[in-house]
Design a protein around this ligand. Structure first.
Ligand code: MG
Length: 390
């Protein structure tokens, strides 16, 4: 059990109990390993950016997108400028904005965004005509095509049977939705789509690509493998996708309406060159070296023990010989000074000595530092002589 006092830091007039993670700096959870560039509970890991959440939609009005959303259609005629005719890129679409909704003009063709994007969280709301006409695939049909290639089906199959892999929110021709959670025709339907494109490297598939869809808050696709992305009649096969492509909306001959369309790009998966999840060892090593470099730069702006501890922390990421030499020298000097503290001054130095002991113990325990100068043993003697518990 650690001494509570080491976790207490005065904050203006009050006293704040801070976490052991902060108290122990970089010497707390399991260190980085071959495929993970950060330690467990690593304070050097970037803080997630702040996003102001949006608000939910109601039948009467669309909700507010989160603060970092890229808005593709906000109900205004002005936002039509973000779209173009798919069959004639560069030309404006003939789809119309009516009462805050983007309405398909049957026969005019698909529309697509001028902007291109890849992995994303995509929010789309749509409404099939209240006056029911047609059946099966002929009723309230449209579609949402991600990177122009995979269709999340839009269809009024509220009490309208059709083939399962063509239901609303199916990955069309690949996988039916887990459930039919549609509202009645004329009502707004809300799709929340999480899209991950297929990842190939040197002709080898590393990830088939995945789609997750919530229909009116109900999970209806759950990391569904794309298996090529589907299509009409033909069985599609896995194939690479472009990193980015336009979002397309389908003209299937029905005046389906859309509103509140926005997306948020998603961070790259490890298989796609990102740092989310277990990384390729070479990529993890490069990342660890980058982190160590940042920590050593930060160390240069500090003095004394703070500087030494930061340098020691850098060894968790990269066993740079120069840094090890600097730590050897720093610790040797620190031990000599600690040994000369008179008995009357020991209590005041207790926190510092225990902190240094814990840091060296952590590094040696995980074989991150050789401690050839025997700092751990020397410090242990001081701790024992004073009857402290590290
Ligand atoms: Mg369709």
């Amino acid at each position: 059990m650690k001494q509570l006092a080491t976790y207490l830091v005065p904050l203006s007039t009050s006293v704040l109990l801070i976490s052991p993670v902060l108290a122990d700096g970089g010497f707390y959870g399991d260190p980085p390993d071959a495929t993970h560039p950060w330690a467990i509970h690593d304070m050097n890991r970037p803080q997630p950016p702040r996003v102001e959440p949006g608000s939910p939609s109601s039948q009467e009005q669309p909700g507010r997108p989160p603060s970092d959303a890229v808005v593709l259609f906000d109900g205004t005629p002005a936002s039509l400028a973000k779209w173009e005719a798919d069959k004639d890129p560069g030309q404006p679409t003939e789809w119309e904005v009516k009462d805050g909704a983007l309405q398909c003009k049957p026969g005019s063709g698909y529309i697509r965004t001028k902007e291109t994007f890849g992995d994303c969280q995509l929010h789309v709301e749509w409404s099939a005509p209240a006056k029911v006409a047609g059946n099966s695939q002929g009723r309230g049909n449209s579609g949402i095509f991600l990177t122009g290639g995979v269709e999340v089906q839009v269809l009024d199959n509220f009490e309208n049977p059709t083939y399962a892999d063509g239901f609303a929110a199916s990955v069309y021709g690949v996988n039916p939705p887990h459930a039919n959670a549609l509202n009645a025709p004329g009502k707004w339907q809300v799709y929340e789509i999480i899209f991950r494109r297929p990842v190939f490297k040197d002709g080898k598939m590393l990830d088939s690509g995945r789609l997750t869809v919530l229909m009116n808050g109900v999970v209806v696709q759950d990391s569904t493998p794309l298996e090529g992305g589907g299509g009409h009649k033909g069985r599609s096969k896995d194939h690479p996708y472009p990193e980015a492509g336009p979002l397309k909306l389908q003209d299937h001959g029905n005046p389906v309406r859309f509103r509140n369309i926005w997306y948020r790009p998603l961070p790259k998966r490890a298989v796609d060159g990102g740092d989310m999840g277990a990384m390729d060892p070479a990529a993890a090593t490069a990342k660890k070296q980058e982190i160590a470099k940042q920590i050593r730069l930060d160390a240069e702006s500090k003095d004394g023990n703070e500087r030494l501890l930061r340098l020691m922390e850098s060894l968790c990421y990269d066993p740079d010989p120069e840094a090890i030499k600097a730590v050897d020298g720093g610790l040797a000097k620190w031990v000599e000074t600690a040994k000369q503290i008179p008995a009357s001054g020991m209590e005041a130095k207790k926190g510092e000595i225990i902190q240094m002991f814990n840091a060296v113990r952590y590094l040696t325990q995980f074989k991150l530092y050789p401690d050839q100068g025997g700092c751990q043993g020397e410090t242990a003697k001081i701790i024992e002589a004073n009857g402290w518990k590290p």
